[in-house]
Design a protein around this ligand. Structure first.
Ligand SMILES: [Mn+2]
Length: 334
C-alpha cells in the first residue's frame, strides 16, 4: 500500500476505458499471481476482443497457468515492454504482480478491477466494487466496444464470474450477475462442464492435503472461528502449490456456527499468508486491513511475518477485536 510514485490515479468511466483500449495498439495484459478464473478469464477475453480490432496483445501471468483453464487459454502475441500499453486485470495491489512486480508494478497504464481495496497504483483505473467479478466488468466493456462476443470469450467470462461467485452462491451476486450469465448462455459455453472442472473436481494430492489440513483444525471463540494451518511440510509432502492451496479457505467456512474462517498458509520459514472468510456481521476486508492486507467484505487476506504461534496470536487478536466491535458474544477463550 505504499505510495512512492508521485503519479496520481485517474478514475475512469467504462466509456473512457473503452476509448483508451481502442486508441492504443500494443498491449501487455497482466494477470495476478496464483491466477484464478477471474483474472485469467478477464485477461483472455480482453485478448480475444482486442484481436478483433487487429491489435497486438500479449497476456502475461506471474505464475504458471493451471491446466484446467486450457479451454479458453491460448498463445498470445509477442509484444515488447517498450512502448506497450500495460493493462492489469483483477489486480488490487502491486504486490499481487508477484514475480512481475518489479517489471510492471510501477508502469501500469490501465487497471480494470472490482476490489474495493484497490490501492490505485495505476495511471488509470476503472473500478466497480459492486461487480461480482472483473469478468462482469469486461462483459459490459465489450458491449460498449461493440465486440461480437464468441464462444471462447463467453467461456472465459463465464469462468471468471462463476469462480468469483463460488458458482453464484456468494453475497457478491446481484441480479446483474445473473443477467450477464444469462447473456453468456446464448453461446456454446457448456456451463455444466466448466462448473464440474471448477467446483466438483479435485486432484488426489489436493484431497490428501485437505486430510492433513483438517487435522490442524481449531475452533476458537466458542466455535465462531475455524483456524486451519497449511505448513510448508504439508505442501512438500503432497506436492500441492499455488491456487490449489486456496481451496483450503473454502473448507474454513464450511462448518456450522463458524462466522470467521481462517487459513494460515506457510510461504516461507517465517512468512504466512492468511486467508479470511467471514459471514455477517464480520467484515473480512476490515480484518485483512488491520493485518496489513485487504480484500472484499466476505473474503480477504494478508501476509504476516513471524513464528507460527505469534502469527496465530496476532490474527486471533484482530479477529477478537472485530468480534467485540460487531457485538458477537464470545467468552474470552482463544
Ligand atoms: Mn476477481
Amino acid at each position: 500500500m505504499t505510495e512512492n510514485n508521485l503519479q496520481t490515479c485517474t478514475m475512469l468511466s467504462l466509456k473512457k476505458t473503452a476509448k483508451l483500449l481502442k486508441r492504443n495498439n500494443n498491449f501487455i495484459i497482466v494477470t495476478h499471481a496464483s491466477p484464478d478464473g477471474d483474472t485469467l478469464g478477464a485477461g483472455f477475453s480482453l485478448f480475444y476482443a482486442l484481436k478483433m480490432f487487429n491489435k497486438r496483445v500479449k497476456v502475461v501471468c506471474p505464475d504458471q497457468i493451471p491446466e484446467k483453464y486450457r479451454y479458453f487459454v491460448s498463445n498470445t502475441d509477442m509484444v515488447s515492454d517498450e512502448g506497450a500499453y500495460i493493462v492489469a486485470v483483477d489486480i488490487a495491489d502491486k504486490a499481487l504482480f508477484g514475480s512481475l512486480e518489479e517489471r510492471y508494478g510501477d508502469r501500469v497504464n490501465l487497471c480494470i478491477d472490482h476490489h474495493i481495496s484497490n490501492t490505485k497504483y495505476a495511471e488509470n483505473l476503472y473500478l466497480d466494487a459492486d461487480a461480482s467479478a472483473t469478468c462482469e466488468i469486461i462483459y459490459e466493456l465489450l458491449k460498449i466496444m461493440r465486440v461480437k462476443i464468441n464462444d471462447i470469450i463467453a467461456k472465459a467470462l463465464y469462468t471468471g464470474i462463476a469462480t468469483d461467485t463460488g458458482c453464484f452462491k456468494y453475497q457478491n451476486v446481484t441480479s446483474k450477475t445473473h443477467t450477464i450469465a444469462a447473456g453468456l448462455y446464448q453461446y456454446n459455453i457448456k456451463a455444466d462442464e466448466i462448473n464440474r472442472i471448477m467446483f466438483d473436481t479435485k486432484s488426489r494430492r489436493l484431497l490428501e492435503l485437505e486430510r492433513m489440513v483438517l487435522d490442524t483444525a481449531e475452533y476458537p471463540f466458542d466455535g465462531k472461528c475455524m483456524v486451519l494451518t497449511v505448513t510448508s511440510e504439508m505442501q512438500e509432502k503432497t506436492g500441492c502449490s499455488g491456487t490449489e492451496l486456496e481451496k483450503m479457505a473454502v473448507l474454513s467456512r464450511s462448518v456450522e456456527g463458524v462466522i470467521c474462517g481462517v487459513t494460515i498458509k506457510q510461504t516461507d520459514a517465517d512468512t504466512y499468508k492468511v486467508s479470511l472468510r467471514t459471514y455477517h456481521p464480520l467484515n473480512a476486508s476490515e480484518i485483512g486491513n488491520k493485518l496489513g492486507g485487504g480484500g472484499h467484505k466476505a473474503a480477504a487476506g494478508a501476509t504476516v511475518k513471524g513464528e507460527l504461534s505469534e502469527v496465530r496470536e496476532r490474527i486471533l487478536g484482530v479477529i477478537g477485536e472485530a468480534m467485540e466491535q460487531a457485538n458477537v458474544g464470545t467468552t474470552a477463550d482463544k
